[in-house]
Write a protein that binds this ligand. Structure first.
Ligand code: SF4
Ligand code: SF4
Length: 151
């Protein structure tokens, strides 16, 4: 009998405590700003330097460049850009290395799908993933050159 009263007391005590669970997926989870989520790609900023491709540890980025139609633009412009989210580990290296922040992280994390083909996201899809963009995208900014004296 004592055990029953003790158990009920514990239940009543916890009933009035603030809720620690979410009604996911009806109530979206708010992620911290440093969260590494699905990338947003901005084609206009890409200089086709290939650094994101080279640093990617899982080889999940493929891109192609083309000559610009504008004769005043030197170098290539981006033609296709794809990320394979079957193998992307959202490690953040591509966004850290990008010199123009053409690829940046967002707080989106939902990629569940019934087809593996849907996990290949092309340039159009990535450039439309433009909400909840992480405010701070350079996690380890390079130190500014200060003209340090030689020893
Ligand atoms: S987050 Fe990491 S694994 Fe994913 S595309 Fe960027 S570098 Fe590759
Ligand atoms: S590192 Fe940035 S600028 Fe260079 S190819 Fe990748 S997305 Fe484009």
């Amino acid at each position: 009998m004592f055990g029953l009263v003790k158990g009920l007391g514990l239940t009543l005590k916890n009933m009035v405590k603030p809720r620690v669970t979410y009604k996911y997926p009806h109530e979206p989870l708010e992620m911290p700003n440093r969260f590494r989520g699905i990338q947003y790609f901005i084609p206009e900023l890409c200089i086709v330097c290939n650094q994101c491709v080279r640093i990617c540890p899982t080889d999940c980025i493929t891109l192609t460049g083309k000559k610009s139609d504008d004769p005043n633009v030197k170098g290539k412009v981006i033609d296709t850009y794809e990320i394979n989210f079957e193998i992307c580990i959202l490690c953040d290296l591509c966004t850290e290395v990008c010199p123009t922040e053409a690829v940046v992280m967002t707080n989106h994390y939902e990629l569940a799908t019934y087809s593996r083909d849907d996990l290949y996201k092309d340039m159009e899809w990535l450039s439309q993933n433009n909400t909840l963009v992480r405010k701070e995208n350079t996690l380890h900014p390079l130190p500014k050159k200060t003209g340090a004296k030689k020893a």
